[in-house]
Structures are given as structure tokens and as C-alpha cells.
Design a binder for this molecule. Structure first.
Ligand code: HGY
Ligand code: MN
Ligand code: MN
Length: 429
């Protein structure tokens, strides 16, 4: 029997019906800001014109909701409701505005849209909170344009600095700092991204996996986020004629890469879940049908919830790739460009979210996140929680990514309740 619980004198059905419409409408608006040349999904990479247009549309939305909207120097966009206790650190919610190439419209954007729906509701109904409440549209999390990830959240917690990122280049050979400047950042006009006046970070995100759907549950309360390592593997052999070069006389960089990727996949299967290893990008040179590839660069992404298991696999990989290169007379360079530890989410916040789900009759379970999230970075700075809603068929990082408006609205309800407890009732942090 559904509890007859109400919030601001509204029933669960009334709340969900309103948020269904509001969140779906904002996600559709944000999905419009995508690279036109891409034929499917959403492509909104850091410091592109579509990225800037999305941030500017969000700033307007934040201001229309009565939030004070400001950018920081990294391009993170904050919307703030100032609390009565001005000296107290903020309660922050949000996620990332950037996407992968041809991704879905929910990854990242949902946490921002949900946060805006929750904060504008609370502010409209309850006015000024005791503790400041903030929403953030984090500038970059995916690592899809430059060989670095978590630029937005990493800049806030002091793990990313412009002096280290400035010379990174994208596939079009554009420098990071030059890309920043095309959007008006990097000139020192905004406040530094580094902050320490944040007490709590709450991230709402699609699961990007199939556990909640398989279990028929509405919400996942994340206990921990897997650690990850990302590598660039560069092979050099000898470009040569595809017709006249005997098989035994080749130094074929593309065949070498194929052999290494096969070994990677077989070893990850052998070691079993939850370890995952992915070769996601491969660039061959000269990349034409009748030339034996002289050079190849491919990426490897390895994830596991346990740091020791990650170390062991990456150690195996380095040795296995060296051996495979030597057998083929290929030169090899293996370069780790990203690593993030496994991160545990705050037990107190997890308990509060479970209480809220129980009170509102929302089915839920505890779970681990195989996907990386900004919460992984923010937990270095403050108490942090991550909440999932289901992904249809577990699909994400794809134009097929989908979550129903009702499922999205259920996440907003849990978030709004927790923000109310922390911001207006000053629940102990
Ligand atoms: O790759 C990830 O885990 C996240 O979606 N950026
Ligand atoms: Mn993602
Ligand atoms: Mn994401």
C-alpha cells in the first residue's frame, strides 16, 4: 500500500508528474547542443561551440530559477542559493555537461537537470535555506577531447591545473589552452576553480549498466566507484607495399595492435568480473587498404574496484605488450595518461538516501559503479554520495542510451528530499 506521504503538501504522484515534464524538457533542450557533423547521439566536447552554448543556456535557466549563476576559470558553471548561515560551506549537487562522441543525452546532463529541478522547487516553496545550496554544471569529465579526464571536478579539488593541461592536444592538434580561450576561459577573468567551502556533493546519474533494470529497482545507492587507468599504446613498424611485401618480412603495426588487443581481452576474461579492459580508440597510419601500417596508436581503459587487482593487471599488460612487440620487431611506447583510485561513498549520506527511499516506497539497492564519475573526484574534498536511476538494457555512451521520464523523476524526488534535509533542516553532516 503506497504510503500517503506528502512534501510541500504535494503527493508523490503530483511531485513526480511535475518533475517528469521539467527534466525531460531540459534534457531535450540540452541535447540540441551537439556537433552538427555527428550523425547520431550527442557529441558535446569540452570548449567547443556546442559546449559553450549548452553552458550559456544553463546559466539562463539557473538565473530564471533565481539562482546566482557564475562560471569559474575552468568553465564550471555554478548556480547558488545563498543560505542564511553564510559562513557554512555549501551543499553541492550536479554532474558534467560534456559527453563522449555520439553519446546519449542523459550521461552527465541528467544530474544537472535533476539538480536544477530539485533546487528550483525547494527555493520556490521554502525560500532561503539555512545552508547554501549549489548546482554545478561541471565543464568536463569524459576525457573525450583531450588526453585527460575530470578537468571540471579535478580543478575544484586541486587535482587538475592549467599549467599541466595547457599543452595537451586534441586529435586536430589544437592545444588545450587555445581551446579554452575560444570560449573565453584561461584569461584570468573568472574566479579560480579551486574550492574548499563545500561540505557535501551529491551526484545523480544514470546507471550506465543493467543491474537496476534486471532487478526491477528504481534507485541504486552507490557504495564505491571502481578505480581506472587509461593508456596510450604507440607501435612503430615499417609501412610497406601490401602486394609485394612477403608476410614473413613485415613489421606490421596494425597486426601487432590486433594481437595485443586480443591478448588484453582474453586475459581480462580469464581474470573475470568485475575487471574490465577496453581498447576504445585505434588510429593507424597511413590507414589505407594497400599499405602495411607503419604506425598505430591505440588506447586501453582498465577498471576494477580493487587497487591491487588493477596494479596486477596493468603490470601483466605492460610485459605482455612488450613481448608481443619484440616478437614482431615493433617499437612500442606505453604511456599511462590517466588514473583514478577506487572511491568509497559516504556511509551517512547513503543511509539517509536509503531512509528516504523507504519512506517514499522507492525500491532501491546498494551497488558498485563500474563507470567513473565526478563524485570520485569530489570525495577527495567532502562527503560525497552517488545515486543511480536505471538505464534501458544497460546501454550508455551510445545514441541508444535511454531512461524513462518517470524513472528520472524518482531520482529527483530522492535528491530533493536529501537537499531539503541538509539545506533546510540542517541535518547533521
Ligand atoms: O568512462 C566513464 O566511466 C565515465 O562515463 N566517464
Ligand atoms: Mn560518460
Ligand atoms: Mn557521466
Amino acid at each position: 500500500m503506497e504510503q500517503d506521504i506528502r512534501f510541500a503538501d504535494l503527493s508523490k504522484e503530483e511531485l513526480l508528474t511535475a518533475w517528469e515534464v521539467e527534466v525531460a524538457e531540459l534534457l531535450d533542450e540540452l541535447a540540441v547542443f551537439t556537433k552538427e557533423e555527428e550523425t547520431a547521439g550527442v557529441t558535446r566536447l569540452l570548449y567547443t561551440k556546442e559546449w559553450l552554448a549548452a553552458q550559456q543556456a544553463l546559466r539562463l535557466r539557473m538565473e530564471n530559477a533565481g539562482l546566482v549563476a557564475v562560471f569559474d576559470e575552468a568553465g564550471n558553471l555554478f548556480g547558488k542559493i545563498q543560505g542564511i548561515n553564510e559562513s557554512e560551506p555549501s551543499i553541492l549537487t550536479g554532474s558534467h555537461i560534456d559527453t563522449v562522441v555520439q553519446g546519449g543525452k542523459y550521461d552527465g546532463a541528467y544530474g544537472i537537470a535533476a539538480g536544477l529541478a530539485a533546487l528550483s522547487f525547494l527555493y520556490r516553496i521554502f525560500g532561503k535555506p539555512k545552508r547554501s545550496l549549489e548546482l554545478v554544471s561541471l565543464s568536463e569529465e569524459e576525457g573525450s577531447r583531450f588526453p585527460m579526464a575530470y578537468w571540471g571536478s579535478g580543478s575544484i579539488v586541486g587535482q587538475r591545473r592549467l599549467e599541466e593541461a595547457a599543452e595537451l592536444r586534441d586529435v586536430d592538434d589544437m592545444r588545450f589552452d587555445d581551446a579554452m580561450k575560444t570560449c573565453g576561459f584561461g584569461f584570468g577573468d573568472y574566479s579560480p576553480a579551486r574550492r574548499d567551502n563545500i561540505a557535501v556533493f551529491l551526484e545523480l546519474h544514470i546507471e550506465q549498466g543493467g543491474v537496476l533494470e534486471k532487478d526491477g529497482l528504481s534507485v541504486g545507492i552507490v557504495e564505491a566507484i571502481a578505480g581506472q587507468r587509461r593508456f596510450s599504446i604507440q607501435l612503430e613498424g615499417a609501412a610497406n607495399h601490401a602486394g609485394t611485401t612477403p608476410m614473413g618480412m613485415r613489421r606490421d603495426a596494425l597486426e601487432g595492435a590486433a594481437a595485443m588487443i586480443y591478448l588484453l581481452h582474453a586475459e581480462a576474461l580469464k581474470r573475470g568480473d568485475p575487471l574490465v579492459a577496453t581498447a576504445g580508440r585505434l588510429l593507424a597510419q597511413p590507414n589505407v587498404p594497400n599499405v602495411v601500417a607503419g604506425k598505430v596508436e591505440f588506447t586501453v581503459d582498465v577498471r576494477h574496484g580493487d587497487e591491487a587487482a588493477l596494479d596486477a593487471f596493468c603490470k601483466w599488460m605492460a610485459a605482455a605488450f612488450e613481448e608481443a612487440a619484440e616478437q614482431r620487431g615493433l617499437a612500442i611506447q606505453q604511456y599511462e595518461w590517466f588514473r583514478e583510485k577506487p572511491a568509497r561513498m559516504d556511509a551517512g549520506l547513503r543511509r539517509q538516501m536509503a531512509e528516504i527511499c523507504e519512506a517514499w516506497g522507492i525500491s532501491h539497492r546498494r551497488m558498485i559503479s563500474g563507470a567513473g564519475h565526478d563524485a570520485q573526484m569530489l570525495q577527495r574534498l567532502c562527503k560525497t554520495a552517488l545515486l543511480f536511476v536505471p538505464s534501458r538494457h544497460g546501454i550508455s555512451h551510445s545514441p541508444e542510451e535511454f531512461t524513462s521520464s518517470r524513472e528520472l523523476a524518482v531520482g529527483v524526488l530522492v535528491l530533493a528530499q536529501l537537499l531539503y534535509r541538509l539545506g533546510y533542516q540542517e541535518e547533521a553532516i
